[in-house]
Structures are given as structure tokens and as C-alpha cells.
Write a protein that binds this ligand. Structure first.
Ligand code: ADP
Ligand code: MG
Length: 321
């Protein structure tokens, strides 16, 4: 199978690569053409996943396709952007039809769930590597940047944290668990749900936002430094799922939530007046507040600063690109 046959069969033929709103020209020419309405900005982000670094190799290609798409789409959620399309730069050791069919199905499934059209890409031979660029649109002035947090704002997250880092123990066969514990955690690892509609709802409300990909503490550090403020996180308010607690116990679950990556949930700062309306619609959790100062501070039940309990779990928290 040649390169063009491969592109045609597995990608150009996918449902997500057919005509879509906002796509004036899709796969097949030198560039795709996107429509960006007047008064809107194009939001662009690229995410690369390398075999053995960002996912275990070998792994299930359907799940890999889903996860790669979800991780890339999460950056659009974090900017409050409405998804338009994505390109796929795929480097493959070999053109294995079964692998390609399953990968393309996983990618297509998640792309349609996220409302992202496949508009182009690049296909090369080499060690397995998947690079996705996503494109979205957001009204001028309403993108959710990292630099707007102000003292007095609340610090919120979009759901329970640490599940993906906990699931990594299962993915890497370091730990076994009964299905009722393992299944929901593995689903969070292999099929993250980018919080795209929450991102849109935060336009004009959140003062700063990002998606948590490298762990809560590290990512909050980005908001703190970009905004020139301190973020204070109350340890007992960090939401942990029941399956994660059952897998690891309370302390290690908290370590995953604070230091583990790959959750792809939003963290954002919010002037308190917006909280009630948002909480009526979204399962948000307030985990702390913005103060004058610098850095990220973890507080115990008495409000005293404590060291983050990441000792045994640093391999989850070690920053990757
Ligand atoms: P060029 O040489 O002009 O860069 P290519 O020959 O690499 O174009 O690709 C031909 C067309 O197929 C282009 O429209 C490109 O965007 C698209 N394409 C290439 N690889 C992929 C892929 N993996 N998924 C989707 N579209 C792809
Ligand atoms: Mg060209």
C-alpha cells in the first residue's frame, strides 16, 4: 500500500474528514482552508505523542487514536475555543492495515465527539509518532488565557483529578484491580473527555484557564507565573474519585491528583460572582483561591502550608514535553 492509498483509505475516507461547517477545503490539496467569521480569532495548538514516552508501545491502536485526539482537543477547551478541524502528522514504522483501521476508527470516534474535522496531515515512515494540530475559533477578546488571574478570584477544577495517573499503574501492569475499580480509571486514561462546552461557558467569566496535562501543581504554576499571583490550594478540597481512592488509598490518590498528568480537565480562576450560575450547570469544584504573591501553595485543614506529598509518585509528575 502506497502513501496515497493509505491516506485515502484510512483518513480521507473517515467520517470526520467529510464536509464540515467552517471547512472550506479539506484533505487533498496543498493546504486546507478554514472559514473564520469576522470578529473571531483562530486558536491553534499542536500536540505530539511519541511511542514509549507518551504512551506504552505496543498498545491498542483504537484507544491510542482516541487518546491522541482527546489530548489535542483539550487545548481548545482550555482556550474556550469552538472546534473547527485538525491535521494529523503520522509517522509509522510500517503500514499495517489492521493497526491503521483501528487507529483511524478511534481517532474518528473522538473527533466526531469533539466536533473536529480531519482537514489534512502528513504521512511518513519512522518510529511511531503521532502529532496533531487542532484549530478552533473564539470571539476576539474572549479567549481564556493564563495571565488574567487576580487576587480574590476562586481557583476551580472541572472534575476529580488523578484518575489518569492512577490508571497508568494499571496500563503499565504494575498493579491489578477489580473491574469496577480498573474500568473507570482506564477509561479516563484512554478516553479523556476534553471539557469543550465548559470552556465555551467560561468565556467572559474565567479570568485565567488551562487544561491539566502535567499535574495540578505544575499547571497551576503556569497560571501563577503568567498572572503574577499566588495560587493557594486547600488539600482537602482537591476532588478524588472513588475508584482512584480504592486503587491507591487516600494519600497516594492525592499525590496522583497533585503531581500526575494526563487528566485533561480544566483548571481556572473565577471571580466569585460567576460561581453560582456555573455550578448550577457544571460539576465544578472550588479548590482554592488567588492571592497576592507568587507560586503555588498547598494548605492543610488548618490553613498551614504543607509540602506536596509527591515523594513516591514523582515518575507520574516528571514533566514531559
Ligand atoms: P504535500 O506533499 O503537498 O504536503 P501530501 O502528499 O503529504 O501533500 O498529502 C496529500 C494530501 O493528503 C494533503 O491534503 C494532506 O494534507 C493530506 N494528508 C497527508 N497525510 C494525511 C494524514 N495522515 N491524514 C489526513 N490527511 C493527510
Ligand atoms: Mg504541497
Amino acid at each position: 500500500m502506497g502513501e496515497f492509498e493509505l491516506i485515502r483509505r484510512y483518513f480521507a475516507a473517515a467520517a470526520c474528514a467529510q464536509a464540515a461547517p467552517g471547512v472550506a477545503l479539506g484533505i487533498g490539496d496543498d493546504c486546507a482552508l478554514l472559514e473564520v467569521p469576522a470578529g473571531e480569532r483562530l486558536a491553534i495548538s499542536t500536540d505530539t505523542m511519541v511511542a514509549g514516552v507518551h504512551f506504552p508501545a505496543p498498545c491498542d491502536p483504537f484507544l491510542l487514536g482516541q487518546r491522541a485526539l482527546a489530548a489535542a482537543a483539550s487545548d481548545l477547551a482550555a482556550m474556550g475555543a469552538t472546534p473547527l478541524g485538525f491535521t494529523l502528522a503520522l509517522t509509522l514504522p510500517a503500514a499495517d492495515p489492521a493497526w491503521l483501521a483501528a487507529f483511524a476508527r478511534g481517532l474518528d470516534h473522538k473527533a466526531r465527539e469533539c466536533g473536529l474535522a480531519l482537514i489534512g496531515g502528513d504521512t511518513t515512515r519512522g518510529p511511531l509518532c503521532i502529532s496533531l494540530s487542532v484549530f478552533g475559533r473564539v470571539p476576539a477578546g474572549l479567549a481564556l488565557c493564563r495571565n488574567g488571574a487576580r487576587p480574590g478570584d476562586l481557583l476551580c477544577v472541572g472534575g476529580p483529578l488523578g484518575d489518569a495517573a492512577g490508571a497508568l499503574e494499571l496500563v503499565l501492569d504494575r498493579r491489578q484491580a477489580p473491574a469496577e475499580v480498573a474500568s473507570p480509571l482506564l477509561a479516563r486514561y484512554w478516553s479523556p473527555r476534553p471539557q469543550l462546552s465548559l470552556g465555551v461557558a467560561l468565556r467572559g467569566r474565567a479570568s485565567a484557564a488551562l487544561d491539566i496535562s502535567d499535574g495540578l501543581l505544575a499547571d497551576c504554576g503556569h497560571i501563577a507565573s503568567a498572572s503574577g499571583v499566588a495560587l493557594c490550594i486547600e488539600r482537602r478540597r482537591v476532588p478524588l474519585s472513588v475508584p482512584l481512592r480504592r486503587l491507591l488509598g487516600e494519600e497516594a490518590a492525592l499525590a496522583c491528583a497533585l503531581g500526575g498528568g494526563d487528566d485533561y480537565l480544566l483548571a481556572f480562576t473565577l471571580p466569585p460572582r460567576f460561581l453560582a450560575a456555573l455550578q448550577a450547570e457544571w460539576p465544578l469544584r472550588v479548590i482554592g483561591r488567588v492571592e497576592a504573591g507568587t507560586g503555588v501553595h498547598l494548605l492543610d485543614d488548618a490553613g498551614r502550608e504543607v509540602a506536596p506529598p509527591v515523594g513516591g509518585y514523582q515518575h507520574f509528575g516528571s514533566p514531559r514535553d
